[in-house]
Design a protein around this ligand. Sequence first.
Ligand SMILES: *Cc1c(COP(=O)(O)O)cnc(C)c1O
Length: 362
Amino acid sequence: MERVYNFSAGPSMLPIEVLNRAANEMLCYGDSGMSVMEMSHRSPVYDEIIKDAERLLRKIMNIPDNYKVLFLQGGASTQFAAVPLNLMNKNKKADYVVSGQFSNKAYKEAQKYGDVVVAASSKEANFSYIPKFDKSNIRPDADYVHVCFNNTIYGTKFPYIPDTGDIPLVADMSSCIISEPIDVNKFGVIYAGAQKNMAPAGLTIVIIREDLMGNAREDIPTMLDYKTMADNDSMYNTPPCYCIYIAKLVYEWIDSLGGLEKMKEMNEKKAKVLYDYLDSQDYYIAPVQKDSRSLMNVTFVTGDADLDKKFASEAGKAGLKNLKGHRSVGGMRASIYNAMPYDGVVALVEFMKKFAEENPKA
Ligand SMILES: *Cc1c(COP(=O)(O)O)cnc(C)c1O
């Protein structure tokens, strides 16, 4: 069977070059005589893999020396608790921007641990835009401000980096990390589940400014304490070894293509094909405000639930898989992460044109 264009929001496509390389190294990695899955995480051969992964991520993201990179487990959802447990440590206050379902979950989880308020929200418009906010919307004694930088479900992305002054900005970047260059210096913490744009599910990346560590609540579970993980080079316990290896291959792939500047160029080119088509016709409606459009997740609807259903089903048969929108939004969502080839997006637009012609609205 041929490989399909997989528009899944996550887990999602990985670069074919990475999958081939992993296949070639599956039984025997280097001269180790074993698969990466079978190695001790404390062996010299594995040590090189995890160090390379960190070195490459630091290189492509241009991560400053005063930031730690952690390879953790539990998904982005575990960070919803880890962030307040580690950072809500001075005034027990945090301000959250609620711009979608994941940021709302993060907000609810943080409420268990302190005085947590919504600094800005776009709920009243079904999260179809990114709310504007700045220092004036934030409590001056908040321990941190939390945002979700790319809202996977709704297809929105922050068109700006919020200015929070001296208050650390924490960002969930699960669905946009390494899709374009970002100034890490503007953030206190960046975290991301790996399964959208980096690796198989099971790995979570945390990038944290060093001075924000070491001040966690006393009752924090050891496994959630950033300091413990940093002091042990992400090896306090067994890390998600194979996922980290695949992430390393993905970082190598990006580096060899020309880094995040090149990714941005490729991703903008792909997204433009889709958005330009959406803007040129009136069969499909793109619900997201133009200034808040995501480069990674593109949402659209026909306005007729039965047609939406038919679209996703027929697209699937044509080798364009997983276009059904999230159950809370309906319609369609095309996730076009780094590994989605340009040709996949062109094929999608061709299919959209054909479907519109063959299925006139009543
Ligand atoms: C997928 C996703 C999550 C949830 O990630 P898990 O790794 O499944 O916990 C959280 N935030 C965003 C932005 C996501 O896209």
